[in-house]
Design a protein around this ligand. Sequence first.
Ligand code: CA
Length: 539
Amino acid sequence: MTESMASTTPATAAPARPPLTIRMHERDNVAIVANDGGLAAGTALACGLVLRERVPQGHKVALADIAAGAPVLRYGVAIGHALADIPAGSWVHERLLKMPDAVGLDELPIATVRPAPLPPLQGYTFEGYRNADGSVGTRNILAITQTVQCVAGVTACAVQRIKAELLPRFPNVDDVVALEHGYGCGVAIDAPDAVVPIRTLRNISLNPNFGGELMVVSLGCEKLQPERLLPPGSFGIVDQRQVVDSGGGADAALDVVCLQDDAHVGFMAMVEAIVRQAEPHLERLNARRRVTVPASELVVGVQCGGSDAFSGITANPAVGFCSDLLVRAGASVMFSEVTEVRDAIDQLTSRATTPEVAAALIREMAWYDTYLQRGRVDRSANTTPGNKQGGLSNIVEKAMGSIVKSGSAPISGVLAPGEKLEHRGLTFAATPASDFICGTLQLAAGMNLHVFTTGRGTPYGLAAVPVIKVATRSELARRWHDLMDVNAGTIADGTAGIEDVGWELFRLMLDVASGRRRTWAEHWKLHNALVLFNPAPVT
Ligand code: CA
């Protein structure tokens, strides 16, 4: 039997490889079945245990008898309590588990872990675009900001023309991207929580990959007026050379095309105005050149999507190892996804560098608890049918596998949704776990490189920033050979270690950041929508 046939072998047949199970912690009373296709009833494990029933790949097998009410331990923590007696060798699926209550926020360990400082990692560089404010872009993109969804169609037509008619003359410019979104009008713009979508959109416009070339398309009558989106003084990144006569607008320093201006007679005049005003931005972007910069200029956002039980064994630990390398190199790393860290909040507050950082972590958790309560759900609403098919019984198990993306470095910063990152090291950027909203908020924070782990598989990509996708399983990496950039499944196969894949990812990051390599999502131009997080009412 060949290796490639193994994944299509009927589950009742003998596996091609010896039975392989993975236990994450010595206290654990369950292990994960690693073999493609799972393991059949009657299979004897290396420890002598015989499976009482078939256990699918990525799912848990009981290593010992677990009495009803006893904890089921993975990662050394209780991911649930047995709802019935579970004999050793049984398949431990979500229907056998009662989920533990969420950890309270009142008596958490605060800044108790004092890890030895990680040794600095020096000498690593990449080729990037240095901006006037000191930030560094990994791509050279003209972004067209929009104040409101109403202008999206006209802007899209203009972008098509800019790409066809102007871009060939500016070969150093990678792309032209319309920052389309659903916000801007029909919303309670003075509600306290409206600050989140507004600052998100503002800070995305200032992302390092856009070179400070701010250009805005506005409708005219919308609630989110250009000067509210980008008030004077809010866009320090912008080189004042680009002051453009906006046709008498209130904010002459901001380059705005307002579609309702009397000057525009008909559709073609609007498109023409956007194309015309894009040209000087493209000229300046085109004149830029990549320069060698230290790896400390990387601003990496990590997240996961379409997770399975391997996420926490292979891809996420490799990303965590790489995250430590980045922190050692002086770079900025953000991890996010509140509902996927909520059950491990005690591990995060203990890793905070100061009580203030721990307090900020608790503040963000409390805000999100309240947000979910308003919708009459809790964090258990996070897990998907695919997560469960992939072996993740509940959000506690998912969370324990998710936070390992953050590595072992101390947590030195916390961002509220939509805020801009101002310092280096490891930061928790509070976002929903929704892939699109998380990516959008990390873009606003200033991410110039994105790492995305997936076990079930998602073709996720963003227009504004390269997305490196890491597969948790070799079977997925083979099947999606032209979508996955790194295969962390080699860790479960036993052919590579966590450190090997972590270093592979680190080196790939420098190549991708330098433009020497393109990710598969870039190659195929897979661009998911920007999705703003709007916790405020819609009118
Ligand atoms: Ca996600």
